[in-house]
Design a protein around this ligand. Structure first.
Ligand code: FES
Length: 631
């Protein structure tokens, strides 16, 4: 095989790739996270790198200036490796500190009180049971295997007393039992209706029993290390999902998986998970072999990538998942490095487009217990909507695209250091902004974009179609053929380039918010409900925590509801997954919730397009729906 070595600077990471591979693949092999958005289609222009040495073949791109081409700048996704290379990755191309994600991880450490509030009895999915077995006699010469199972059954509730184990454990039993005077610790993991004996060791070893709970987001992966014996969360870490190199949207990643094979996408995800687990175990002096389970929640596509399942049919009519309720598996089967016999729980989702992050959200918010009706909205690349109460639950998903997370917006970026996260009109009447980390601005993230559009609308700089009003501001400039509003002039921006929002950016955001609002309207219509009849409106996801409610209403992203009904409920995906991990009742409940929830497919709704079109205005064609805001 003709291989070329590629060395990336400033990371000094060397990888080998096949001659003719794309430079973006080499970046992915090197586990370097960059700020790209389009997944390698040559559209976003965010994968710029400088070829310092070696030969490449690159395609012409209008994303590069003449000066950049002279300096050896290429788009990694449009460039193939033709010899060994030395490549410099400019600071602007790299994804920076995961400040925002880590902040989220911090926030989700405090969990104890909510767990107790649920009223469940702590009983983790994997337990370590200290057992004192009767020594055999001539009158009691039951086999070692049965003797152990009898002792385990006495310790477990009777209704879960179907126990199984593998040959490996049975083989070591005679020695372990006799060497330790029949005083042993059995590690027992629950696989739905069967308890599996995962290990048997001598003496009392029940104090070392850990689990890792993971929310696999399309953008961010959050992992919590918990002590299963006392439900304590020891630590939390987060990182960006490395699959981002294949596109910000789930659909783009599925297309990549079809071209490159599911294994490639799976490997990136498993590598991220293993890095997070190792960092949690190293930082907390927990041995990997004492981590007995990993419990994951995420959208259905992420669940498929985790298990290496084909995603081909998810995005094709009639939109069928390979599995939405996969059984607990051995974590090692997918390459997760914990105790070699440790279990992987991939929680049940609802459909091809509503995943286990939403089932976990239904569980975590407790909406299934309430008499009053709750609307749960998870705003991400997909806007998942759940409406329900203790008698019924309906869920749907609208493809919003990544604009609300800062993608498909020219100066948009992820919510990380240097991102403008809020925009407001200051007392002096000027537009002011705030960046994450209070550092010079590099771009605008989702919450900042919503604020900015709301401010521009309020100041009559844009009209209700999202078009700039002639002569309304001296900060409207034309870049290329596109009118734009310059929020930050080049001299104040981190990259010495202006930070602006163009008419086409606004159009992308309006399209995304229209998709979400139309989904809400259709679902309510089908249920014969109005927004007034919704008692609680929960906004989930990291994005929600930074959202200005008034601004979100003013552009028509969320319905015009009294503020006291609206709550930000944070990352309900990880909260629900943790409930399942630590409370066996929650494990049973999540399967019940999956059965109880009806999926409503918006693709089959004749009036969806009509509702969508009505919402393609700021805030909406029907201004009456937003009357409270207009006053
Ligand atoms: S232009 Fe290369 S990844 Fe978008």
């Amino acid at each position: 095989m003709d291989e070329c070595a590629v060395i990336f600077y400033p990371q000094k990471i060397r990888v080998k790739v096949k001659r003719g591979s794309s430079l973006l693949e080499a970046v992915s092999d090197a586990h370097i996270t960059i700020n790209n958005l389009c997944g390698g289609d040559g559209i976003c222009g965010r994968c710029k790198m400088i070829i310092k040495e070696g030969e490449v073949s690159d395609k012409v791109s209008d994303k590069l200036t003449r000066d950049e081409i002279k300096r050896g700048v290429v788009l990694a996704c449009m460039t193939s490796v033709e010899s060994s290379l030395i490549v410099e990755i400019p600071a602007d191309t790299l994804a920076k500190e995961k400040l925002h994600a880590d902040k989220d991880a911090e926030r989700f450490r405090d969990f104890e009180q909510t767990l107790l509030f649920k009223g469940f009895t702590p009983r983790p999915l994997v337990r370590k049971l200290y057992l004192e077995l009767d020594r055999p006699t001539i009158a009691n010469n039951t086999a070692d295997h049965e003797r152990l199972f009898d002792a385990i059954c006495k310790n477990l509730k009777s209704d879960e007393c179907s126990v199984q184990t593998g040959l490996k454990i049975i083989k070591i039993l005679p020695e372990v039992l006799r060497k330790n005077g029949y005083r042993v610790t059995a590690t027992v993991g629950l696989r739905r209706h069967v308890a599996e004996v995962m290990n048997v060791e001598g003496g009392g070893a029940e104090n070392r029993n850990y689990m890792v709970i993971i929310d696999i987001g399309t953008t961010t992966i959050v992992a919590h290390l918990v002590n299963a014996n006392n439900t304590e969360t020891l630590d939390a870490k987060a990182c960006f999902n490395s699959q981002g190199i294949f596109g910000r949207e789930v659909t783009r990643r599925m297309i990549s998986a079809e071209k490159k094979g599911d294994e490639e996408l799976q490997k990136l995800l498993i590598d991220d998970i293993n890095r997070l687990i190792r960092s949690l175990s190293d930082g907390n002096r927990v041995n990997l072999k004492d981590i007995n389970a990993v419990v994951c929640a995420g959208n259905t596509a992420m669940g498929h990538f985790l298990l290496g399942l084909p995603t081909y049919h998810i995005r094709r009519y009639p939109y069928v998942a390979t599995a939405v309720e996969p059984p607990p598996l051995r974590a090692a089967e997918v390459g997760i490095q914990i105790n070699p016999r440790g279990l992987l729980y991939s929680l049940p989702g609802i459909s091809a487009w509503v995943g286990s992050d939403i089932t976990a959200g239904i569980l975590a918010t407790g909406l299934y217990e309430k008499e009053e009706t709750t609307l749960l909205l998870d705003i991400g690349t997909n806007g998942e909507t759940v409406i329900g109460n203790r008698d019924w639950i309906v869920a749907s998903s609208a493809s919003a695209g990544p604009a609300l997370e800062g993608a498909s917006v020219e100066c948009g970026m992820r919510a990380e250091q240097g991102a403008i996260e809020s925009v407001a009109v200051a007392n002096d009447g000027k537009i002011a902004y705030q960046t994450i980390g209070n550092t010079p601005p590099k771009g605008i993230c989702g919450s900042g974009i919503i604020d900015l559009i709301s401010v521009l609308l309020r100041m009559n700089i844009i009209d209700r179609n999202g078009r700039f009003i002639e002569g309304s501001s001296d900060r409207i400039e034309t870049f290329g053929a596109m009118k734009s509003f310059v929020l930050v002039p080049p001299e104040l921006a981190s990259g010495s380039k202006p930070i602006f929002i163009s008419e086409s950016d606004i159009e992308n955001v309006v399209t995304a918010k229209a998709a979400i609002y139309a989904a809400l309207k259709i679902l309510l219509k089908r249920l014969d409900l109005s927004f007034e009849e919704i008692d609680n409106f929960y906004i989930a996801g990291a994005f929600g925590n930074h959202l200005d409610v008034d601004n979100a209403i003013s552009i028509g992203l969320i319905p015009n509801m009294p503020k006291e009904k609206i709550s930000f409920v944070g990352n309900t995906s990880i909260r629900g997954a943790k409930l399942v991990a630590l409370y066996q009742e929650a494990f049973e409940k999540i399967y019940e919730l999956r059965q109880m929830t009806t999926y409503y497919d918006l693709m089959g709704a004749d009036d969806y397009v009509e509702e969508f079109k009505k919402a393609l205005f700021l805030p909406h064609t029907d201004i009456e729906q937003f009357r409270m805001i207009q006053r």
